[in-house]
Design a protein around this ligand. Structure first.
Ligand SMILES: Cc1cc2nc3c(=O)[nH]c(=O)nc-3n(C[C@H](O)[C@H](O)[C@H](O)COP(=O)(O)OP(=O)(O)OC[C@H]3O[C@@H](n4cnc5c(N)ncnc54)[C@H](O)[C@@H]3O)c2cc1C
Length: 553
């Protein structure tokens, strides 16, 4: 296979030659650096690359070109190569336009001219963008291949599991991909064996389950030590942050997750409001970085490992796992977050994984190419998913219970939705019933204004409504509010029944639960802000409180 391409575009021959020279000096081993001197010739080159099946990793274009502005070229290139990174080269005077274009043309970065010295101003940015592209990019056919039926719950679970554990794989749909029959016969398997996982070394897993996949890929599922200073349950942003800070403080730290690192944030196509990422960052990219950082400090990470119980034994906390094993720690941080509430609509449960998905817009987006899809929900997660799905689907219908999006969705997302022609919004409506044959094909919507029912043909329904905390595995001594969110600090202290449970002479600390030495951080906690930044902050604070607790006991 030929190397992926970096395309540079500028009508000024001197600038073009300088940027091409700099990029070649650093990236020529792994990338082909091609150039074009106008927007039109760049589009021709992009179309040719596409028709040859070549990969375009990054396009860097000057803004001011006579026939086509850089932002317009970058916006057009997105239709052909949706995941290629887009960088605008601007003069100082165009920086305002570049900032606006980050939202409108979905730019990944803008780079001011001149970029000297490239070691400081050019290469770090391009390195970052290329490593993020590499993480998203799926080469034609190499590495792990998963063959299955798009409308099978088992296939969906394996896809979710691989994505959650940041394992790159190639998805091949039995019904759509022409390469499948040949691959199946070469592997000596038939359609009854789906989903089938083919590893790089030729190992074949028939009727693959998550447990078999984890075992086959040698994912670590057994703890290295008998006793930990800190066990963190849940590897979303709160748990990942806690593991970075715990391990960096020298605590013997173990991070457990029932699925794989990332949590809800791992399902986010673009987190736009996290500090330090002016062009946004995908949840999977943030997770990849956090896992690398935690491991560098020596945190141990086990997944998939579900925690089923917590018992206090003197100064020790015993954590029980779904496979019956038990782990012991001196402190625990509960960071198990929450998931979306189930949609009460007729027929939903019959199509789970077969067209009906809870919060899985990222994993399933590519399978929605050219399809019509429905997204239910009025919050930021529903809005973001609709924007992401619009890159692949023919049409996205966003169904919202309220009369307007403003009370529940960020302003920038409402603007993005309005700017995308293939997104339609239906307010004052709910999903009433779904139907289909083999997989979901139709969603019936009910108007809350007049009670009328209308049918919408759609191949997928993504649900983002209300939330349910992952706290039912906790003992009664960890007090929760009426909805199941864990009470900490002052909130716990003022709750009914606190005095019966809390027997310390001191008050519970800020993020401490009603069990001394057990802390809660992130979305599972009552009063949490439900943001990546606040979950990360709480993870870090909880570590500090756990460290103080260890010092006292
Ligand atoms: C689609 C989407 C888009 C979003 N976009 C944004 C955004 O742009 N900006 C923003 O600030 N916020 C965003 N959010 C919200 C943000 O992702 C959450 O607030 C954040 O992820 C909460 O982090 P957390 O670590 O508390 O919990 P979670 O992210 O929910 O992680 C909890 C983890 O615990 C694990 N777990 C649960 N129970 C157990 C158990 N019993 N045993 C072991 N492991 C368990 C789960 O598998 C999960 O990995 C978005 C959310 C979604 C769903």
């Amino acid at each position: 296979m030929t190397e992926p391409v970096i395309l540079v575009v500028d009508d000024d021959p001197q600038v073009l030659s300088a940027i091409r020279r700099d990029l070649r000096s650093r990236y020529r081993e792994d990338y082909r650096v091609l150039s074009a001197n106008s927007g039109e010739s760049a589009l021709d080159a992009i179309n040719q690359l596409k028709s040859r099946g070549d990969a375009l990793a990054l396009i860097l274009s000057d803004q001011r070109m006579p026939a086509m502005l850089g932002v317009d070229l970058l916006a057009k290139s997105r239709d052909i190569y949706p995941i290629a990174k887009r960088v605008l080269l601007t003069a100082y005077s165009d920086i305002d336009a570049a900032i606006r274009a980050i939202n409108e043309a979905h730019l990944d970065h803008y780079l001011g001219k001149p970029w000297d010295p490239p070691e400081e101003r050019l290469f770090p940015v391009i390195d970052d963008l290329l490593s993020s592209w590499q993480a998203d990019y799926r080469p034609e056919i190499t590495g792990i291949r998963l063959i299955g039926n798009q409308w099978s719950l088992r296939s969906h679970e394996v896809k979710q599991f691989l994505a959650g554990n940041l394992i790159p794989y190639q998805w091949l749909d039995n019904e759509r991909d022409p390469a499948v029959p040949q691959l199946l016969s070469a592997a000596g398997v038939n359609v009854e064996d789906l989903p089938v996982l083919i590893l790089e070394d030729g190992t074949i897993l028939r009727n693959a389950t998550i447990a078999q996949v984890a075992e086959c890929l040698c994912l670590k599922r057994a703890a290295a030590h008998d006793l930990y200073d800190l066990i963190i349950i849940g590897a979303g942003p709160a748990g990942l942050a806690a593991s970075v800070y715990g391990a960096s403080e020298g605590m013997r730290t173990l991070l457990l997750d029932g699925a794989g690192p990332g949590g809800q944030a791992g399902a986010s196509s673009k987190i736009e409001n996290y500090l330090g990422f002016p062009s946004g960052v995908s949840g999977s990219e943030l997770t990849r970085r956090a896992v690398a950082q935690a491991q560098r400090f020596g945190a141990e990470i086990l997944a998939p490992v579900s925690v089923t119980g917590l018992f206090v034994d003197g100064g020790y906390k015993r954590v029980t796992l779904s496979d019956g094993k038990e782990l012991v720690s001196r402190t625990v941080i509960v960071a198990t977050g929450m998931t979306y509430r189930e949609l009460q609509a007729e027929g939903i449960s019959g199509y789970l994984g077969a067209g009906v998905y809870y919060g899985s817009a990222i994993t399933e987006a590519r399978s929605c190419l050219g399809c019509r899809v429905v997204v239910v929900g009025g919050g930021n997660s529903a809005g973001q998913s609709a924007v992401h799905l619009s890159r692949f689907a023919k049409e996205v219908l966003l169904v919202v219970r309220r009369q307007a999006l403003e009370p529940t969705m960020s302003h920038y997302l409402i603007q993005q939705l309005a700017s995308l022609p293939n997104i339609k919004i239906r307010t004052c409506s709910v999903a009433d019933r779904v139907e289909g044959q083999g997989h979901m094909q139709k969603v019936w919507l009910k108007s809350l204004a007049d009670g009328s029912i209308s049918g919408e043909d759609a191949e997928a329904l993504f649900i983002f409504i209300g939330t349910r905390p992952h706290s039912d595995w906790l003992p009664e001594s960890v007090m929760r509010d009426a909805k199941g969110f864990v009470l900490t600090g002052h909130d716990a202290q003022i709750a009914d029944g606190f005095a019966k449970i809390w027997k310390e002479s001191r008050e519970p600390k800020l993020l401490e639960t009603t069990v001394p030495g057990v802390f809660a951080a992130g979305d599972v906690r009552a009063g949490a802000m439900n943001r990546v930044a606040s979950a990360v902050a709480e993870g870090a604070i909880a570590v500090r409180l756990a460290s103080d607790y260890l010092a006292r006991t």
